[in-house]
Design a protein around this ligand. Sequence first.
Ligand code: MLT
Length: 392
Amino acid sequence: MNINQNYLKLEDSYLFSTIAKKVAEFTKEHTEKQIIKLGIGDVTLPLAPVVVEAIKEAADEMGKRETFRGYGPEQGYAFLRESIKNYYSKKSVELESDEIFISDGAKSDLGNILDIFGLDNTVLVPDPVYPVYVDTNIMAGRKIIFADANESNEFLPLPDENVKCDIIYICSPNNPTGSVYTKEKLAKWVDYALKNDAIILFDAAYECFIKSHELPSSIYQIEGAKDCAIEFCSFSKTAGFTGTRCGYTVVPKSLIKQGASLNKFWVRRQTTKFNGVPYIVQKAANAVFSDVGQLQIKENIQYYSNNAKIIAETMDKKGIWYTGGKHSPYIWLKCPNNMSSWEFFDYLLNNIAVVGTPGSGFGRNGEGYFRLTSFNNTEKTIEAMKRFSDLI
Ligand code: MLT
């Protein structure tokens, strides 16, 4: 028996688990303090009423012999794939419904997709970035190289023709920095991928926060992307599904590599290793696309965007450099007084009981930066920013 030695190369624990542990210890020692969490990007508003109604109806169906369902299609029910197809159509992206795969969230599929790629590929990951891209490739033992994101490129790295890679991760709006690629900049990555026969894994989990039609909310809005990109999205941030679990992955049929269809590979992978998302959850997700569902989730997104504005205004007042917040639930700020990311984390926790996420947890270039999320409620966000203003 041999263990997967690659696991020994990972950090001891996943970033958000480390933070949760630290916060739990602090809470135990300081029961008198009212902690405000602006750390992990977890939503706080309840599910939209139309979604709750759909869950109840689906539960009733499952309780009746005539409408009970057992195993569903591994790729997702046709009704939900069709709704997502129509959603893309409104963004001027035409997909076929069998290019859409329902998942239990973007995080799972961002890791699972690696099953269909060889281990000898070189992976390019922006730094800083959502830690899942790096950790899943370390687990598999792939070579990882980094594209520097920093203030000079507005945390939006562009391809370098001298750097060769096979699998490219892009997250826009970006987690953690909140930066968003313009169509022109995203097109440079698509051009690079087409020219170098590389694949882009595009994480669109935060697309619902984009407020301008000028900015791409899907990579398929860029010409040529269907020949080089797989897109991942989720209902977590869009409709508050962090605990309900549903997402989708788009694998275009035009993605043919070395004569093989990646869409077919993905079908083969999913039918073997996945039994699909629960019917009840897919019905819930489908309700999001109804007219009333769209209105209800937009209200929630607007609520979080207002919180982001409150945080951004505090940074403006304090003269603290930041990015994000406008088309993203994240504010990415420079730690004051040259503090390191973890120093600033401890400083905020110990002095004002506010929790954020240390930028260094997202990569080397994140050192000296810090991420705040707008997913808490408005009262707590205002209170956290009041404490922040009094301290800094
Ligand atoms: C984050 O805080 O970066 C996200 O909540 C993580 C996730 O979506 O898995």
